[in-house]
Design a binder for this molecule. Structure first.
Ligand code: SIN
Length: 283
């Protein structure tokens, strides 16, 4: 693989770039890897098309980004535990990830990045949207930025998925995603409402529709009006991009900088192979 062959093309103004001329299933030389990694940091989410990858090759490429993380609520593939299969079949009404979120922000160390490889896609529909959290923060007033910079948020798996009762609900919700059995309890952690990206230094909004319960030290009722304002603000069209999948498409997004939303507008089979890359505690 030769770094000179790479083309990086932004897909809209806010975030997201498509990368051409790289076979991510193969060995990437250091210069190619550096260009891919730079694009990941610069654009928040990067896309590749027509990648013919075995599960082992997908895992090897994910490992270039860092150590892999376990997904707390779903079971991995039998022979490749690192890969969670996100499936929706015809007749199912709910889709996994169909609301704005960064991944598993209720964990002490939420995953740094997530990779999706499309295995089977609907002929139309099932796109994923992404939103730039630094832009969402920068476009708030100075007064609101100052207020939020002093706040922390309680992020909870129980906000949506939770402990036993809600996990059962979730099992029913996502019929084709293999969920973990008993013993996997709700997790809650407090994080800053605005996080500073450890590599780019950019400040980004860190509240989301899936997991943010309330501001730390406030009640849920007190938190709701400001959370509702922020959750509406962060998904404005001008902060977003949208990606239409085909089999062999790959996306890798930076959970420290970006939120995503799986659009549930199809009644067909869609199969994605998902890997998360471990993150750190953050400020
Ligand atoms: C997810 O939220 O991890 C799934 C996104 C998708 O299936 O598009």
């Amino acid at each position: 693989m030769n770094a000179a062959a790479i083309t990086i093309r932004p897909i809209v103004g806010a975030l997201g770039a498509e990368i051409f001329g790289v076979d991510i299933a193969g060995d990437l030389d250091n210069a190619t890897w550096a260009a891919v990694h730079r694009a990941f940091l610069d654009y928040g989410v990067i896309f590749f098309r027509d990648q013919d990858m075995t599960p082992d090759q997908q895992i090897a490429f994910a490992r270039r980004f860092g150590a892999l993380a376990d997904y707390p609520f779903a079971v991995g593939l039998e022979d490749h535990l690192e890969i969670t299969e996100v499936i929706k079949n015809p007749g199912e009404t709910n889709a996994f990830g169909a609301l704005w979120h960064a991944d598993t922000t209720y964990m002490e160390k939420p995953p740094m990045a997530t990779m999706l490889l499309a295995r089977e896609t609907p002929t139309a529909g099932g796109d994923t949207q992404f939103a730039n959290m630094a832009l969402a923060f920068q476009t708030l007033s100075v007064g609101m930025q100052g207020l939020l910079s002093g706040l922390r948020v309680v992020q909870s798996s129980g906000a949506r998925y939770g402990g036993d009762e809600t996990r059962e609900t979730r099992k029913g919700q996502f019929k084709s995603v293999k969920m973990k059995g008993a013993g996997n309890v709700a997790t809650t952690h407090v994080h800053p409402a605005v996080r500073t990206h450890p590599e780019t230094g950019a400040k980004g909004l860190y509240v989301n529709s899936a997991h943010t319960l309330k501001f730390d030290g406030m009640s849920e009722a007190e938190s709701r009006p400001l959370l509702d304002f922020l959750l509406k603000h962060l998904s404005k069209p001008e902060f977003t991009c949208r990606f239409a999948w085909r089999p062999g498409s790959v996306a890798i997004w930076d959970n420290r900088a970006v939120q995503h939303f799986a659009i549930n507008d199809y009644d067909a089979r869609r199969v994605m192979h998902r890997i998360t890359i471990a993150g750190d505690t953050h400020s």
